[in-house]
Write a protein of this length. Structure first.
Length: 132
C-alpha cells in the first residue's frame, strides 16, 4: 500500500477527527439526552462523570487541542468502562461475548492517539505555527 504512504499524516488527522467526533456523541447522549437519550438506570457518576469526559475529551481530540492528554484520559475511561460495564457483569473478558467491543476498541484507539498527539489539521499545529 505504498500509494497511501504519502498521505499518512492526513489519514491520521481524519482518524483523530472522526474518533473525537464519534466519542463526543456518546457524551452528548449521556449529558444532553440526544440520540436516544441517557441509558435507563445509569447512575449519576456514569451520566455526569463518563459523559463529561466523553464530551470534553471528544471535542478536544476532534479539534486537536491537547489531544494527547485528552486521549490518554479517554483511553483510561474506556478501560474502566470495559471492565465495569462489560467484564464484571458478564463474567467474561472476551469483548465478543460481553458486548464490550466498542469500549475496548476506543481504549486502544485513544491510547494510540495519546502517543501520536494532535498531528496536522489541529489547533495544536496552528498554535505551533504561530509561535514560529
Amino acid at each position: 500500500m505504498r500509494f497511501l504512504k504519502p498521505h499518512a499524516e492526513r489519514i491520521y488527522a481524519l482518524f483523530r477527527i472522526m474518533s473525537g467526533f464519534m466519542f463526543s456523541l456518546h457524551g452528548m447522549q449521556k449529558l444532553f439526552g440526544m440520540f436516544g437519550g441517557t441509558p435507563p438506570g445509569a447512575p449519576p457518576f456514569i451520566v455526569y462523570g463518563a459523559g463529561g469526559i466523553e464530551f470534553v475529551c471528544g471535542v478536544l481530540i476532534l479539534i486537536g487541542l491537547f489531544a494527547g492528554p485528552a486521549a490518554f484520559l479517554a483511553s483510561g475511561t474506556m478501560a474502566v468502562a470495559f471492565f465495569m460495564g462489560h467484564v464484571f457483569p458478564a463474567g467474561n473478558i472476551l469483548p465478543i461475548v460481553n458486548n464490550g467491543e466498542l469500549a475496548a476498541l476506543y481504549c486502544f484507539v485513544f491510547l494510540y492517539i495519546s502517543v501520536h498527539g494532535s498531528g496536522i489539521w489541529s489547533v495544536d499545529a496552528a498554535r505551533r505555527g504561530a509561535k514560529r
